[in-house]
Write a protein that binds this ligand. Structure first.
Ligand SMILES: Nc1nc2c(ncn2[C@@H]2O[C@H](COP(=O)(O)OP(=O)(O)OP(=O)(O)O)[C@@H](O)[C@H]2O)c(=O)[nH]1
Ligand SMILES: [Mg+2]
Length: 418
């Protein structure tokens, strides 16, 4: 395991910067979780307060010398900065401190690279890594060993593969084309799925909020749910039968984080298609987390970037088993505008969530009365699969149905008839 020193720099006078709602110690706490999620062993943590950023070495020579001393005495392999470093700042810091230096974005990219299992995930991560590297090229190429393999594979004696800007640009173009293909396949896949016209519900939320645990609790699947950041990378799609026998599609996908590297959002748009295509979002919030408000804010920002911030949404305050106190749970529920409170782990409050989902769906459902010929199995199946049958009567050659079905299917039926 590589030994890491984590450094969070707090710049005291940043021109025009809005106050962030995160104290430096809280940012440091999240960096610690990120570092352990990527398999680093955190030996030391430093919070550095500075008046301003040094353009060349970010923290100034004196501080760099101090870190060099710490790294030597504690046998540190890598120093992780919680701040965004430019290519030259990173290089100068590496020279000054005498160890490998990475920033928060690289750390997150590294975690994603480790988690990527599917071809789609791998392509998306590599694309994000290359887009991160491109503006950092100093003209003589870049050590490719920095990326792809993850932190653990970087060590003395590694092969340094040089790649120049042109090659990187070519590779970016190729990966982008590959992603286009993946997107097309995904769309045909979705169209072929017999459940294409079912309503789609996407579970979204901050990383580690409990989305996968909730999917498992609702659908009885066994998606990996772990106490580490970014457990889920590839989307999982399951059908879910609501208590009123209406079938819907439930999808679980990658979690969000505050200051999620923009390149990741850009390149993960294929995976995040499930979110963009959803009819309804269930926003899973870790209600027991001290930073829950900031988490919610960060999630809304990412949704905005995806163009999905205006979708109908149900907020599910999760992990209430950790809160225990009914009064606090009640006040939380009110604070979040009558959100549902659940414990995905203990399978509590799930009926309340299902009710909210049904209530929402009833606003996008329509009741139809229709006579269907016996032989028209397609329509009959559609009513059963996607609708909720209220009344059924045999009338000679036809069957009469009264059913609630998704509004878009009702429109389709009317069109077919005319
Ligand atoms: N106490 C408690 N823990 C929970 C609850 N729901 C989830 N957890 C735990 O929280 C951790 C994260 O759960 P996941 O379901 O993996 O979270 P996620 O939102 O899918 O996370 P990412 O995929 O990393 O974005 C796991 O250790 C779960 O066991 C809950 O209701 N109560
Ligand atoms: Mg997950």
């Amino acid at each position: 395991m590589e030994k890491a020193l984590l450094v969070t720099v707090e710049i005291l006078f940043r021109k025009g910067a809005a106050p962030s709602g995160w104290k430096p110690e809280e940012r440091a706490g999240e960096l610690r979780e990120l570092a352990s999620s990527s398999g680093l062993s955190v030996i030391l943590e430093e919070v550095v307060r500075r008046q301003e950023v040094s353009a060349t070495s970010y923290i100034g020579k004196g501080k760099a010398d101090e870190l060099k001393y710490l790294c030597e005495t504690h046998d540190i392999d890598v120093v992780v900065f919680n701040n965004d470093l430019s290519g030259s700042q990173q290089k100068n810091l590496e020279e000054g401190i005498g160890t490998k230096v990475i920033d928060r974005t690289q750390l997150i990219l590294d975690i994603f690279a480790r988690r990527a299992k599917s071809n789609e995930g791998k392509v998306q991560v590599e694309l994000a890594q290359l887009m991160y590297l491109l503006p950092r090229l100093t003209g003589h190429g870049v050590e490719m060993s920095r990326m792809g393999g993850g932190i653990g594979t970087l060590g003395p004696g590694e092969t340094k593969l040089e790649m120049d800007r042109r090659k990187i640009n070519d590779r970016i173009a190729r990966l982008t084309r590959e992603l286009e293909d993946i997107k097309k396949q995904r769309l045909t896949g979705r169209k072929q799925r017999s459940h294409f016209s079912l309503l789609n519900i996407a579970l979204i939320g901050y990383t580690n909020a409990g989305k996968s645990t909730l999917l498992n609790a609702l659908t009885g699947s066994d998606v990996v749910a772990e106490d580490r950041l970014f457990s889920t990378l590839d989307p999982t799609i399951r059908t879910f039968l609501l208590p009123n026998n209406q079938k819907v599609i439930l999808s679980d996908t990658v979690g969000f984080i505050h200051r999620l590297p923009h390149h990741l959002i850009e390149s993960f748009k294929a995976t995040l298609e499930e979110v963009r295509e959803a009819d309804l979002l269930v926003h899973v919030i870790d209600a027991s987390h001290p930073k829950k408000d900031e988490h919610v804010k960060a999630v809304m920002e990412v949704l905005k970037e995806l163009g999905a911030d205006t979708k109908p949404m149900i907020q599910a305050l999760n992990k209430i088993d950790r809160i225990g106190d009914e009064i606090i749970v009640d006040s939380l529920r009110r604070e979040f505008g009558n959100a549902v409170t659940i414990s995905a782990l203990e399978k509590k409050g799930l009926e309340g969530l299902a009710e909210k989902i049904m209530a929402h769906l009833s606003t996008v459902m329509e009741t139809v009365s229709i006579e269907v010929p016996h032989h028209d199995m397609k329509t009959i199946r559609l009513l059963y699969d996607h609708g909720h049958i209220i009344k059924k009567e045999y009338r000679g050659e036809a069957v009469y149905f009264e059913a609630t079905i998704p509004a878009h299917l009702a429109a389709q039926l009317r069109k077919n008839k005319s």
